[in-house]
Write a protein that binds this ligand. Structure first.
Ligand code: NAD
Length: 429
């Protein structure tokens, strides 16, 4: 595989000639080609000899049809690389504990192929200490080399936001940190070459790890506060979106929206922080409060919707991905809401223009309908994900699907600008 790489296609950059590691054209392997690894590999592949590695043969098969760099699930590709970039998942277990099994497996794997001078950079979101105290020893054991002497660790947290075309890999400030200042400089040059040198050098790996965690925990807490306000306001029968619109006219009011917090970052990373904190002997009350409130939103929304409906209503749910304009359904709280509504005896018909029907069936046992246009006879329509397609619906489109007195549940503020006929009920969260 390595022979297939035409290194003369990759021009030398001056920065790299100056690198303390004296590697003029480092060979990079990106391990884990998901939402994080793939865009990163794509950018690096334009400048350096690069291989993409993933353990999932189906993914490799699909990717090999359109990416312009070699991708493989063949372990032998790990031989002869200078930089190993690991971007594997860091989920939580069913009891909300950090699940480091993918990091463990990928570190073990890399360890077998490390050589003197190699650098292993982690991009996965972790709590402070994981790179050096968990992954480092695994790499050492598998390689028989000394960490910090023979090979070096780095950490560079990923900030991309899938579905967001403004904040892409090459435009975001990238934090880098290395085990030694030489490693940090090397990583600053490496990453800087793909993002116009928009680099922040963190003073240590632990600082870089912690910075990523608090970025996501802060979002979660802020959304949690707005969700709490939404719950209180609902008891007063006041729309939180209307209150937020008014409050947002103040220059320093923070602009967060209420709703379901799913996915595998914001809804997961705070647990990494709170578990670490617990281990250290402190209960991270604020962090956990954000999580608790945000987790509660599934039941809150379910109860709100149910209380506005007759028994065994027919509901159309528009959207199931964990957020707008992406296809990712993992840890979708909309799916949890759908299953919750079904428990009341309601029939819930689900559409999503982005989600994969097979995956959705496999993960949640929910069948997606291919189109909702021309469907009629629903007691409620829920705007549950802000996909562009749903944002552009006209009042008539929605009304035509509803029975008289039908309920429009606008939990994502998709349709507050529309004027609905008084034969229908409109509920804005
Ligand atoms: N998705 C995001 O928006 C985002 C943003 C910032 C940070 N992160 C963090 O980045 C990390 C990766 O997230 P993601 O969304 O890209 O995950 P993902 O699930 O989309 O992709 C991970 C890939 O790693 C592969 N993989 C798993 N174990 C492997 C192994 N041992 N060896 C090789 N490949 C392996 C999987 O097959 C998968 O293709 C996580 O820690 C996540 O928290 C994600």
């Amino acid at each position: 595989m390595q022979e297939n790489l035409k290194t003369d296609l990759y021009p030398l950059t001056n920065d790299f000639c100056l690198s303390v590691f004296n590697v003029e054209m480092p060979r990079i392997i990106v391990i884990g080609l998901g939402y994080v690894g793939l865009p990163l590999a794509t950018e690096f592949a334009e400048k350096f000899p690069l291989i993409g590695f993933d353990i999932c043969p189906k993914k490799i098969n699909q990717l090999s049809k359109f990416v312009e760099f070699p991708v493989t699930c063949d372990e032998s590709a790990l031989v002869n690389n200078d930089v190993f970039i690991i971007a594997v998942p860091t989920p939580i277990t069913s009891d909300f504990q950090p699940d480091l099994k993918h990091l463990e497996a990928s570190s073990k794997l890399c360890g077998h192929y490390l050589r003197k001078g190699s650098i292993v950079v982690f991009e996965s979101t972790v709590y402070p200490g994981v790179t050096e105290e968990f992954c480092g020893p695994i790499l050492e054991k598998a390689s028989g080399l000394k960490c910090g002497k023979d090979f070096f660790l780095g950490y560079s947290p990923e900030r991309i936001n899938p579905g967001d075309n403004n904040h892409t890999v090459e435009k975001i400030t990238k934090i880098v940190a290395g085990q030694t200042s030489e490693t940090t400089d090397f990583l600053a040059n490496l990453y800087g070459s793909i993002n116009n040198h928009n680099i922040y050098k963190a003073p240590s790996i632990k600082v870089a790890e912690a910075s990523k965690l608090i970025e996501n925990a802060q979002r979660d807490i802020n959304i949690g506060f707005i969700n709490e306000i939404t719950i209180i306001l609902s008891m007063l029968k006041i729309s939180s979106y209307e209150v937020l619109k008014a409050a947002n006219t103040k220059w320093n009011f923070l602009n967060f929206e209420p709703g379901l917090v799913g996915g595998h970052c914001i809804g997961v990373d705070p647990y990494y922080l709170s578990c670490l904190s617990q281990e250290l002997g402190y209960t991270a009350l604020m962090t956990l409060a954000g999580r608790t409130t945000n987790e509660y939103m599934v039941r809150f929304l379910g109860n709100q919707i149910h209380s506005r409906l007759e028994k065994s209503s027919k509901i159309l749910c528009l959207g199931i991905t964990f957020k707008e304009d992406i296809d990712d359904i993992r840890n979708s709280k909309v799916a949890a809401l759908i299953l919750y509504l079904k428990q009341f005896g309601h029939e819930v018909v689900v559409h999503d223009p982005q989600a994969d029907p097979e995956e959705t069936r496999k993960l949640y046992g929910i069948d997606l309908i291919p189109t909702y246009r021309d469907l009629i006879g629903f007691d409620a329509v829920i705007g549950s994900v802000g996909h562009k397609e749903y944002r552009h619906l006209a009042a008539e489109d929605i009304q035509s699907m509803l029975n008289p007195q039908g309920l429009i549940c606008d939990i994502k503020n998709l349709w507050s600008q529309l004027v609905f006929s008084q034969h229908f009920r409109y509920w804005l969260l």
